[in-house]
Design a protein. Structure first.
Length: 169
């Protein structure tokens, strides 16, 4: 058996046998260093041109706005209406730290809280089950149309209470 060749061995050519028997070398090192060494030096003219481009003042219309401490007051007032009493309470509590116009944000947050409480109280009755979602939608409408535009809107009945309660705190 030792002297017999298998048919599989005959199919492999001498060239393939030689390449299989030679040890392969493995390169160890960081690929980034090898790539940097392979790159040619950037010409000084290109460096000067890129420095001149970066030194030019940017167009103010295309600049990103700088990050501020918190949300915009209009956005904060709108967010208060999303989940009525819950988000209203959160916005009311964080308005001191995150709002520039604290009275405006607190007014809309208190109005959202009162809308949520009214929806909960009305949902106890059979008619209120249908009115509660409408009150929530009305709150979203106030948030979209008025609060996000920076306008104070007094909801019927609860608007005056919201003004009074937001001024006390």
């Amino acid at each position: 058996m030792a002297g017999k060749k298998r048919k599989e061995d005959e199919d492999v050519s001498d060239e393939e046998k030689g390449s299989l028997s030679e040890p392969t070398s493995i390169k160890i090192g960081k690929p980034a260093q090898a790539e940097q060494a392979a790159k040619p030096e950037v010409k000084t003219e290109e460096k000067a041109a890129s420095a001149a481009i970066s030194a030019q003042p940017a167009n103010p219309a295309t600049q990103q706005p700088t990050a501020s401490k918190g949300m915009d007051d209009n956005t904060l007032a709108f967010v208060a209406y999303i989940l009525t009493w819950l988000t209203g309470l959160i916005v009311f509590l964080i308005a001191k730290d995150n709002a520039k116009d604290v009275k405006f944000v607190k007014f809309h947050a208190m109005q959202a809280i009162l809308l949520g409480v009214a929806a909960i109280v009305l949902s106890i009755t059979i008619i209120g089950i249908f009115l509660a979602p409408l009150i929530w939608l009305y709150g979203l409408y106030i948030g979209f149309v008025y609060a996000y535009k920076g306008q104070k809107y007094y909801a019927p009945v609860i608007g005056e209470y919201a003004e009074r309660f937001s001024q006390e705190n």
